[in-house]
Design a protein around this ligand. Sequence first.
Ligand SMILES: C[S@@+](CC[C@H](N)C(=O)[O-])C[C@H]1O[C@@H](n2cnc3c(N)ncnc32)[C@H](O)[C@@H]1O
Length: 778
Amino acid sequence: MAPRPNPKIAAALTAMGALGIDEAKVKSVLKKLLKLYDKNWELIEEENYRALLDAIFEEGDNFEEEETEAEKAPINGESARPLKRLRLRGENNSPSSASSPSKKPHIENANALQGCSAQQSQNKAVSSEENVRIAGRPSPIRNTSSDRGKQPALPQVSLGGRRHVSERASPSKHPTVEPGKFLLPSYQTPHAYTMTEPKPEPVDEADYEVPIAMVAPEPSSLRHSSMKNGITRKQQGGNVSMTSSNHNTNKEGASDVVIASSAQGEVKLSLSCSSALQGPNFRMPTQEQLLKMMEDKCLRSYKITDPTFSATKMLRDICDCVLEFTTDSNDDSQEGSRTRSSIDVSKELDVNGTAGIGGSKDLDTGSHSSNGSLQVNSFSALVSPRGPFLPAHQSSLDDAVLVSMMDKTDDIPQSDVRLQPEDPMSTNSLSLVVVPNHQLTADDIRSFHDVNDLTKGEENNQISWVNETTDDFPPPFSYIPQNLVFQDACVKISLSRIGAKDCCSCIGSCILSTNCACIDKTGGGFAYTARGLMKEEFLEECIAISHNPQQHCFYCQDCPLERSKNDGCLEPCKGHLKRKFIKECWSKCGCGKQCANRVIQRGVAYNLQVFFTSEGKGWGLRTLEDLPKGAFVCEFVGEILTIKELHERNMKCAENGKSTHPILLDADWVSGFVKDEEALCIDAASFGNIARFINHRCSDANLVEIPIQMECPDRYYHHFALFTTRKIAAQEELTWDYGIDFDDHDQPVKLFQCKCGSKFCRNMKRSNRSTRSALIAG
Ligand SMILES: C[S@@+](CC[C@H](N)C(=O)[O-])C[C@H]1O[C@@H](n2cnc3c(N)ncnc32)[C@H](O)[C@@H]1O
């Protein structure tokens, strides 16, 4: 009867067999190792048989070196080592091994030996260290799982700088190497950025450098200087970039790695292939190919045998390390905060090969410059640390060359990392997303939105955004919770202007007071209920005014709106609505913040959401909870401009094909003369709050706007608050009547084809009217 195999030996053989290592070789090395370690299996089994694996590699190298001493003559200026490995690879890939999938690791194993060669030569030089290592610890590999990411390379493995392509398998020399195993770009057309599997092509070694590198999306001048300096550190708009470049003096198109982090805890790691890579058939590998290859490489070169090892995780670890370094451990504010990191891999191609890094031109999304170069700017780095993910801008994947990967969410386990290049809209923060080559300005970057909270924490509640209809993202703008003066607007807020009659001296809440000065100023008494809702009567009056504006207009003699047009033909005043307003108590009053007469200043109180409408109105705002009638929803916040400034802005916007959405603020029209700097409006196009998403509905809108006087004693109201006109059910879109006269093409609000769907739609009535007139005329 055959002796029962030692289960420990069997397990070791199985583990090594899984890596494609020949059983006989394992046995022979194991025997020696057992002897060396005095049969201490613990040392051998530690770290997935790392000691054994290491010994096998070393033994393999010694064996090969002895065997191929005669073949060490340099070829093409290369050392003999790669060639020796290749020969070995050829030997290992006997027909049987090549055809069997299980033999694939043989190829990798040969590569691993190749990766070991540097180690081998170092080992010889540090034999005393080696002795210590063997005696004290079986594995020379210090790269334990806890080290991973922080110290990705083995100290004894020299990987600094580029590795020449001939160190890798080149199909011309290694016919047994599988296609797609290598990052050998096969260029099809200048526009072919599809993630197709690269074909192994004959590569001229002189033109090909292994890319460990990155071309940062930055101006060419900066890139150039960073390349010259080798290593640069630059401060750009709050981002710190650490550029580590591996400059090859023989090549114009050297490449480098950029790791950037922002004060918000965002980390961006960018890698790019430089023009030096461009070959006649350059083609981008898929992310999976790239990461798989990296994992194979780690297995070979660093002997990382941990089955849970992944290149993705390693990249994330790099980001984590940056965060660790850049986060002040004493900073309490950082504690408990959700940190995220993003990893971008970008690629720059210089198709005609003339410009290299310094000479490439930037391109628009989906297109290429005349010189064929492609500049990638990532906005995945713009993701708020609090938000899970800023999805890529709508773009075809074919045009995209940049991948972004978010990691480290609180709610999704890291092991759940999925690469989803096919789903650019996925809001899974762990998605690998391809984003387009797109030039972003600093303004663009500042104004992107967190999918969980586009208020950037400025409101009481987070306000998320969703798009279930298209691939669009909310337009870029800066979120502000309170109005800001743009430039010339005269907004007089000063304590000295608020006299005794302009503020109350109530104690606690004014609702119980019989002589509140603020309530007296609000026409018609206390406007709010104790619950902070608008009183029915007051609300109905406001609604009635908005329904019949003609009956509540004041017409001035010298209208600042007409004056501001500056076109030499002053038309008569079109009228200013005399609205009801509310005077809320304020800081100079005796009451407290919880006073029932302070509603809008307590901010947004309901759960709202920005969503993409399905009726063609673009983005809209909806409520996620039932709202009672008379509830304050939000203020319309934006930049306060003079009407003159608005006209100038409108002209510029028209040139750029953009539009503003201003609303006119009330002034003291009845005083007879309102100065230019007192005729004001609010424009929320570039700076605004959630109200900028509220769409128009003719007549039966569920919100009504009411001016609020707070910190100004006169009839210049800078607060425009929106209250519900009725009960609103959860999920309903919030709308208000902009008060547009669809016949007046001269108003500051840009006219649009109204799709409010109301049976009272003025635009629909207008088009019905014109159809009728056309029918009558015709
Ligand atoms: C203040 S913005 C509202 C948010 C806007 N929908 C967006 O996507 O950013 C006003 C613009 O929204 C669109 N809009 C608002 N109400 C609309 C309606 N009833 N029908 C069609 N478009 C509307 C118009 O383009 C208008 O210029």
